[in-house]
Every structure is written in structure tokens, then in C-alpha cells.
Write a protein that binds this ligand. Structure first.
Ligand SMILES: Nc1ncnc2c1ncn2[C@@H]1O[C@H](COP(=O)(O)OP(=O)(O)OP(=O)(O)O)[C@@H](O)[C@H]1O
Length: 642
């Protein structure tokens, strides 16, 4: 088995150069992606590695602490000298396993060893929810770090980055490796120090923004020759850069990070310093937008507003003479229509301390210091009666598709990769390996409950929650939006059900809320904040009462997200159950046109709506990727024509 196809001079080159596929290659790649199936473990010969790992493990288990440390040191020298060969990888995996057993009381299961091998081989390990991916990642991460390669373990939110780094620190530290987490509130100095660690846990957003900041620092020195000349002239010092380069990445929740979040590019912005905003203009645009009717004057499509001919006429009638030029007028009304009809308070954003704060649609968390661009932020602030903030200008922009392909070694893990395997291959050249579970799952799927109005849904759920909690089960209710979680909370208050909340507004003490969520009778109402990665450990009493019961109060944009939420229960062989409760007023139904909205049972209409939304999002990503290649490369450390 060939492990780790890294170039020999990996450390000398901060990132990989990207070449867009040629017009001849494109159909070939497309065909290969269609034919791509999850790779069978047998074909990779990975199981054949296990006896070797166990032989090393048996030898290491007999060593005392000093001898184990000496063994680790010797391995480190060999890895640095020879690179990661299959036999050294087996040795390293056994060492990580033995140290984890001693430090954490958890020895990696065989399936975790297989997941680790798949990632070391540059693939996506599909491991069911709750199978222990956090622990699995230590295998390839520590192996690469021992070989001297800087490692990034990338995940979806700061809470998980900090949690995973903290949980796994004893393992790395016992091997003499440094580990750090980069989180949003860290100042640049601390960030730079954290990135200097052997293993860095961070979120995709922090990482890409730091990368963009570095490209800004490099400025015109992006070309290696320019950079070299600037270093000689003393105008560029690498100590100003945050990252050490893009060498070895393990992407946790890979489908979320690499696909779901990849629909919009990341934009680094700074204050524009331009003239003050004309508030009267915003007010007039918002007032006019109030007079426009959807489908008559404008249509909404993939988050964009298009004026109809009738809409244009209406705009000419309404606009007072001298009110902005024609194209600026149309642009203003489009922003105002987006503010009024597309973005909703307590779903897309919340208002806190007189400020409009964006809620990340994927993680359910507030995105501090982020704003919409092109005046939309100010339009929404005006609509909400907040003080308009200073407009920003775009300094740099990068898509995840481009960013991740710059890693010399890219790998990932997730519970939900199968259905997007073709896109993962087509976009990132990553193949999915399906890893079997350690123990068969005991998760029970209860039949979906369909009701008419939203209030019937909340009433039904409150009753069910009370019943379950009275039986000594722990209950998690997952809502689609912040507004929904608060609506349910009011119903539960009325029914006298004590419950904890986890959403963008109530996000303090997340760890404490999660720690209590598995107690007998505990009820937790959460948005997607308690989705991927959240690990609720159960009391023995809850386990014997049937485990955690998850109620999913409406389908999400992708069936993968629904499955991730269901995956909060019945982890590591525990019992657990899940049920979906849907209603005629669920937002997802907006995806359907006239007859589709009415025909067939509600559950199948929602499934169709979900499939349509998944397809629409996949199209958006394909469009972004195609536009990206066309635009040509401007960013990056390498500066090479790409
Ligand atoms: N080898 C092991 N032995 C004992 N316990 C383990 C082992 N591996 C993982 N666990 C435990 O299993 C639980 C689930 O682990 P973890 O949260 O990493 O799962 P996950 O696969 O990342 O789940 P998700 O897909 O939901 O993110 C944790 O409480 C962890 O401590």
C-alpha cells in the first residue's frame, strides 16, 4: 500500500500549485466522478495492516513509561529520515494507540485504525456518527506530526476545535508534540504561535481568513521570486505571516466543510473609508420595496432578486425624479427586496445590542464580526432600526474549493459522505472509503409524524417531550431556526417542562449544556448548533430507560444534516430513538412549485423539496467552481500561474 504521496520537498513548499483541468480532461473527470463508488476496504488492502499494528501494540504495551518515550523518539528520527513508509506508519499507529490507552483510557478500535489509515492515504473515511472520529484523527495527525509535517485538523466550529484539541492534548503531549487550537477571538500574536504548533485544531473559516490575511501581507510578493527578493531587501519577513503553509489537512465533517459551506466564497473585507451612507436613499428604497409584489414585480432565485418588466415599470413610477440613476436604482431596490423578503430575523440574523449579527446557516452560530456585502448589511440594519455600520470593501476573496486543493495532503472524515462522493471526487479528487461500525447500531427510527399548522406541531412535540422525559429518557429537540426553537420553548414553558436551550442567542456555556443533556429527564431544545460533532454522554439510568430520544422538528436543507442530527442518539452501541415531526407550514416546502405543493402525502412532498434544494445547492457550487477556474488565479503563496 502506498502511503502518503507527498513530494520529497514538502516542507520547502508552503502549498501545492493548482492547475485547472484542460478541456480534454474535463469530460474524463466528469465520467470518472459518475463511476466513482465508495472504495471497498478489501481492495485497499488496509485490513492487512492491522496484524502488524497489533504486533507493535503488544510489544509497546509491555514497555514502561520511559521505554515507551524512548521508542517514540526513535520512531520520530526514523520518520524524519525515511518519511512515512507503511511499516513506520504501522509502528506510529500502534504507538498512538498505546499512548491513548494510557493517557485517555481509550484504545483505538480496529475500525478506527482503518479510518486512520484511509486518511493517511489521502481519502475520506466515512465513519458513522458517534464512532469516535475525534480519537481516530489522532492516528494520522500524530504520524504526520512525528514525521515533522505541520498538521491542520479542521472542523466546523470553534467549540469543537477547542474541545477536540483539549481532549486529545494528553496523547500528543506524551509523544513530545505540541498542539493548539485557533479560535475566533485570538489576537494575531497568539494565532501565529498556535499555528507554529505541530498539530493545530481550527475551523475552516478561521483558517481561510488567516490564509487570506497572509496573502494580503505578501502583497505583490506572492511570486516566489518576488518574495525572495523582498526578503533580501528586508521588506518582507516571514514572521509577519500567520500560517506555515498548507501541508497536511484532516477535515472533520468533511461534507459540511468542503461542500455545504463551499457555496459562497469567503471574503476578507476592510473599511471602505468612502462617503457617509445616504440614509434617506435606504429609507426610500425600503419603502418602495414594500410596494412590490413577489412574482409580479420580482422573482427570487438562489438568493438573488430579479425584477420583472412590470417591476421595472413600477420602479420608474415610484422613484421620485432625480432618485439615483437607473442601474443604481435597480440595485438599491434589489438590496431592499432581499432585506424585506429573503433574509429573516431570527432565522438568518438576530439583533443584539443594537447590532445585526449574521447566523451561520450551517452551524446555527452567530458569526461575529461578519457582515453582508454591497450595502445589504446597512439595508437590513436600517430595516431593523439599528445604527447603520460603516460599509466595507472587499480586500480578498477565496473559495473553499480552491483553498483545500492547495494542501499537499488532503484527507477527511464524516458520517455522511456516501451521497456526495461524486462531487467530492470531482471537486477535490478525494475518494470515500466506507468504514464499518465498531458495533451494530441500536438506533430506532420511529415513523414520521405529519400535522397541519405550525402550532399543532409545537403542541404535539411539547406533549411528546413531556412523556419521554417522564419515562426517564433524555430528549433533544432539533429545530430548523432560532425562531422555531424559541416558539417551542414558549410551548414547553406553558406545559411546565423545564428545558435547556442551545441556539445563537443562548450560546453561553455550551459545554455545560451538552454535559447535562444526557441526564434522566433532561430536555434540550437546540438549533443545528447541537448538530455535527455534539457528543452527549448518557447516564446509566437514561441508557436503561432507552437512551436519548431525538425529535427533529422539520427537515433541513440536506438529508445529510438530518442524519447528523439523528446521529446524536445511539452512539457507541447505546440505545436511542429518533422521529421527525413535520407540518404544512415548513419552510422547505417553499422549494416546490404549484402542483407539487399540493400533491401526495406531506412526508413525500418534503422529501421532494429536500431533493430539489440539495440539487439547487449542488448547482450553485458547480457554478462557483466553474467561475473560479475562469477567473484565473490571483491569490496564494505560490504566485504561480494556475
Ligand atoms: N476507542 C474508544 N474507546 C472508548 N470510547 C471511545 C473510543 N472512541 C471514541 N469513544 C467515545 O465515543 C464517543 C463519540 O466520539 P466522537 O464524538 O469523537 O464521535 P464522532 O464520530 O466524532 O461523532 P460525530 O459524527 O457525531 O461527530 C466519545 O464519547 C468518545 O469518548
Amino acid at each position: 500500500m502506498a502511503l502518503l504521496k507527498l513530494p520529497a520537498d514538502v516542507l520547502a513548499r508552503p502549498e501545492r500549485a493548482l492547475l485547472p483541468p484542460s478541456s480534454l480532461e474535463r469530460p474524463w473527470h466528469w465520467l470518472r466522478s459518475r463511476l466513482h463508488r465508495p472504495v471497498a476496504l478489501r481492495r485497499l488492502g488496509m485490513r492487512a495492516q492491522l496484524p502488524g499494528i497489533h504486533r507493535h501494540a503488544a510489544r509497546l504495551a509491555a514497555l514502561d513509561a520511559d521505554a515507551l518515550r524512548a521508542d517514540g523518539e526513535a520512531l520520530r528520527h526514523q520518520l524524519a529520515r525515511r518519511g512515512i513508509t507503511p511499516s513506520l506508519a504501522r509502528h506510529a499507529f500502534a504507538l498512538v494507540r498505546e499512548i491513548s490507552r494510557r493517557e485517555l483510557g481509550m484504545a483505538h478500535h480496529d475500525v478506527q485504525l482503518l479510518g486512520g489509515l484511509a486518511m493517511l492515504d489521502g481519502r475520506i473515511a466515512e465513519m458513522h456518527t458517534g464512532e469516535g472520529k475525534t480519537l481516530t484523527a489522532t492516528l494520522p495527525a500524530a504520524t504526520a506530526a512525528l514525521a515533522g509535517i505541520p498538521v491542520h485538523v479542521i472542523t466546523v466550529n470553534d467549540y469543537l476545535a477547542a474541545r477536540d484539541a483539549e481532549l486529545m492534548t494528553p496523547v500528543y503531549r506524551a509523544m513530545g508534540l505540541s498542539v493548539a487550537a485557533v479560535v475566533h477571538e485570538m489576537p494575531p500574536g497568539e494565532r501565529r504561535a498556535a499555528y507554529a504548533s505541530d498539530v493545530v485544531y481550527c475551523t475552516n473559516k478561521e483558517l481561510v481568513f488567516d490564509y487570506l490575511r497572509d496573502t494580503q501581507q505578501l502583497g505583490r510578493n506572492r511570486h516566489p521570486l518576488h518574495a525572495h527578493a523582498a526578503r533580501l531587501a528586508g521588506t518582507l519577513s516571514d514572521t509577519r505571516l500567520l500560517l506555515r503553509g498548507l501541508h497536511f489537512a484532516i477535515v472533520d465533517e468533511a461534507d459540511s466543510v468542503m461542500l455545504d459551506e463551499a457555496r459562497t466564497p469567503l471574503i476578507l473585507s476592510g473599511p471602505s473609508g468612502s462617503e457617509a451612507i445616504d440614509l434617506a436613499l435606504l429609507d426610500e428604497a425600503l419603502a418602495m420595496a414594500g410596494e412590490f409584489e413577489e412574482d409580479r414585480h420580482f422573482v427570487r432565485e438562489s438568493g438573488h432578486i430579479h425584477l420583472t418588466e412590470r417591476g421595472r415599470q413600477r420602479l420608474t413610477e415610484l422613484a421620485s425624479s432625480g432618485w439615483a440613476g437607473r442601474s443604481r436604482r435597480e440595485w438599491l431596490i434589489q438590496q431592499a427586496l432581499l432585506a424585506r423578503h429573503h433574509f429573516h430575523r431570527d432565522r438568518h440574523y438576530l439583533v443584539r445590542d443594537g447590532k445585526v449579527q449574521i447566523i451561520d446557516e450551517h452551524t446555527g452560530r452567530v458569526m461575529a464580526d461578519r457582515s453582508w456585502e454591497k450595502g445589504l448589511q446597512q439595508m437590513i440594519e436600517r430595516l431593523e432600526g439599528c445604527e447603520p455600520s460603516e460599509p466595507n470593501v472587499t480586500l480578498a476573496r477565496l473559495t473553499y474549493q480552491r483553498f483545500f486543493r492547495r494542501y499537499h495532503h488532503l484527507s477527511g472524515m464524516t458520517g455522511t459522505a456516501r451521497e456526495v462522493r461524486q462531487e467530492l471526487w470531482q471537486t477535490y479528487r478525494l475518494r470515500v472509503v466506507a468504514i464499518p461500525p465498531h458495533r451494530p447500531s441500536r438506533r430506532q427510527y420511529w415513523p414520521t409524524v405529519a400535522v397541519g399548522r405550525a402550532e399543532e406541531k409545537w403542541r404535539w412535540i411539547s406533549k411528546r417531550v413531556k412523556d419521554m422525559s417522564d419515562q426517564g429518557r433524555a430528549v433533544l429537540v432539533a429545530t430548523v431556526s432560532l425562531a422555531d426553537s424559541e416558539a417551542l420553548s414558549r410551548w414547553l414553558d406553558e406545559a411546565g417542562v423545564v428545558h435547556a436551550m442551545l441556539n445563537a442567542r443562548q450560546d453561553a456555556d455550551e459545554a455545560a449544556t451538552v454535559a447535562l443533556a444526557g441526564r434522566a429527564g433532561a430536555v434540550t431544545v437546540a438549533t443545528s448548533m447541537a448538530g455535527r460533532g455534539t457528543d452527549i454522554s448518557l447516564d446509566e439510568a437514561v441508557k436503561s430507560a432507552g437512551g436519548l430520544h431525538v425529535i427533529v422538528a422539520g427537515h433541513h436543507d440536506a438529508s445529510r444534516v438530518d442524519r447528523q442530527i439523528a446521529g446524536r442518539c445511539a452512539r457507541q452501541g447505546d440505545p436511542g430513538s429518533v422521529e421527525f415531526v413535520v407540518c404544512d407550514e415548513d419552510e422547505l416546502l417553499d422549494e416546490l412549485d404549484g402542483w407539487q405543493r399540493r400533491l401526495g402525502p406531506l412526508a413525500s412532498r418534503l422529501k421532494l423539496a429536500q431533493r430539489k434544494r440539495e440539487a439547487r445547492h449542488a448547482r450553485d457550487r458547480a457554478r462557483l467552481l466553474a467561475a473560479d477556474w475562469q477567473e484565473g488565479e490571483q491569490l496564494g503563496f505560490s504566485g504561480k500561474a494556475e
